[in-house]
Design a protein around this ligand. Structure first.
Ligand SMILES: NC(=O)c1ccc[n+]([C@@H]2O[C@H](COP(=O)([O-])OP(=O)(O)OC[C@H]3O[C@@H](n4cnc5c(N)ncnc54)[C@H](OP(=O)(O)O)[C@@H]3O)[C@@H](O)[C@H]2O)c1
Length: 240
């Protein structure tokens, strides 16, 4: 088997950093896209894996940043077997109908979680289609399920993840024609800093979540389907 190449977004910390570590353990060459250069855990990982890792800066909310990332990545890797769109933001969780809703904030969340994911997949589509596995994994959330919606707030987050799920289905229809696929993954409730502080109510570490995600993506057979697999880190199906 030749060298496999993966690109992961949002690798400063949390699930993205753990996915980068897990992919290195599985022998992948990893391109780690990071937002914040003052977060150095990814640099330490690269320094320990110089032959099989490249760190690139990326703000998925910006057309220019995505284009600059693509240019750099195309000089480093011949193709991308596995693209993991992990980067995301949460936004307000407290406001419900009748409260003073911050629509500008919601637009920012949608621009990152939904449009940002598509921006990256679109920019890297030729590298993904040139790869052997042609797999795009979008880290979405159970919060994007319309069928299973129970919250009254989290408007920006839930709407952005539902839109992420829809763009996943559209991109799947594109890459499936070429033997590729999109998978939509809920990472579980993970102890990360997404809420601005360590979420101690979570029941999974980033490593546990990332190990599960990679097991589902790399070790589990999903039949070729008209829809992306929408599953959690254990491989259990979620309703759309
Ligand atoms: N934690 C959970 O329980 C949970 C549940 C369901 C789904 N998820 C999803 O899992 C994914 C990973 O989240 P996490 O829990 O690991 O949270 P996290 O630790 O906050 O990780 C998110 C990563 O995305 C980066 N990011 C934010 N905005 C970005 C942008 N515009 N461009 C590029 N990168 C950006 C963050 O960078 P900085 O932090 O350095 O700004 C961070 O590295 C997200 O898509 C999230 O929605 C998480």
């Amino acid at each position: 088997m030749g060298q496999k190449y993966a690109l992961v977004t949002g690798t400063d910390h949390g699930v993205g950093l753990a996915l980068a570590e897990g992919l290195l353990e599985r022998g992948y060459y990893v391109v780690a896209a990071r937002l914040n250069p003052t977060e150095t855990q990814i640099d330490e990982l690269r320094d320990n894996n110089k032959e099989r890792m490249f760190v690139v800066e990326l703000d998925i909310g910006s057309d220019q940043s995505v284009a600059a990332m693509k240019e750099k990545v195309a000089q480093i890797v011949p193709h991308i077997d596995l693209l993991i769109n992990n980067a995301g933001i949460l936004g307000d969780m407290s406001k419900v109908l009748g409260d003073e809703l911050d629509f500008d904030e919601m637009l920012r969340v949608i621009n990152v979680n939904a449009l940002g994911t598509l921006r990256v997949s679109n920019a890297l589509a030729d590298l993904v289609l040139a790869g052997e596995d042609k797999t795009i994994v979008n880290i979405s959330s159970e919060a994007g399920s319309i069928a299973d919606c129970w919250r009254e707030g989290w408007f920006g987050y839930c709407m952005s993840k539902a839109a992420n799920n829809m763009q996943s289905a559209l991109v799947h229809n594109n890459v499936r024609k070429h033997g590729g696929k999109v998978m939509v993954l809920h990472p579980g409730h993970v102890a990360t800093y997404m809420r601005g502080h360590l979420d101690t109510t979570a029941n999974l570490t980033p490593k546990e979540s990332a190990t599960g995600i990679l097991r589902v993506v790399l070790d589990t057979e999903f039949e070729d389907s008209e829809r992306p697999a929408y599953v959690n880190y254990r491989g259990d199906k979620l309703p759309w």
